[in-house]
Design a protein around this ligand. Structure first.
Ligand SMILES: [Ca+2]
Length: 184
């Protein structure tokens, strides 16, 4: 009899835990003081907290957090990439869920050089309701920052995935910084 009662208590406890988890999953997205819904959008953390960084085929020699303040758009750190003898090829992506209805805008900044590669590309993208919209960034030279914007992002499921894809020939380098997703 005691065992049976304990079983019931455990079951109730587990159900309560599951319910708590479910509520956490549906949590409302909250922006920072600047209205940015992205985590670590300025790459000021010690690592890529908030971001999923994929070094495609592991070719990019350096894709890391850079603490050279002069090479930042905002703060003291940025996402840095460089390859000397191999291609640069990586993505950095983050999904925000629990957004309230409305229109959102992605803004991002990039500086660097493509080492003469005319096919180099820096593409900022957003996936909204399964559809990708994108905008090209430009590598215009050292600290000649290019600002890319995607506005009118209106998810029906409260979820937006944002990211950047970078490909260059060997010798390409640059930094990406201050990526924001704000409500318009
Ligand atoms: Ca920064």
């Amino acid at each position: 009899m005691k065992k049976k009662l304990l079983g019931v208590i455990l079951t109730v406890g587990m159900l309560a835990a599951l319910t708590a988890c479910g509520q956490k999953g549906a949590a409302k997205a909250t922006p920072d003081a600047n209205g940015n819904y992205l985590v670590n959008g300025s790459f000021e953390e010690v690592d890529f907290t908030g971001w999923t960084v994929t070094n495609i085929d592991n070719v990019t020699e350096e894709v890391n957090i850079y603490d050279r303040e002069t090479d930042c758009f905002e703060g003291v750190q940025s996402l840095h990439f460089y390859s000397g003898s191999t291609n640069v090829n990586f993505t950095a992506e983050q999904t925000v869920s629990g957004l309230e209805d409305g229109s959102y805008k992605l803004t991002a900044h990039v500086q660097g050089e493509a080492a003469g590669d005319e096919n180099a590309s820096v593409v900022f993208y957003a996936i909204v309701d399964g559809n990708e919209v994108k905008v090209d960034g430009e590598l215009n030279g050292y600290v000649n920052w290019y600002t890319a914007e995607l506005s009118g992002l209106t998810p029906t499921n409260g979820e937006i995935t944002v990211g950047v894809r970078v490909t260059t020939a060997p010798g390409g380098w640059g930094t990406i910084d201050d990526i924001t997703l704000v409500k318009e």
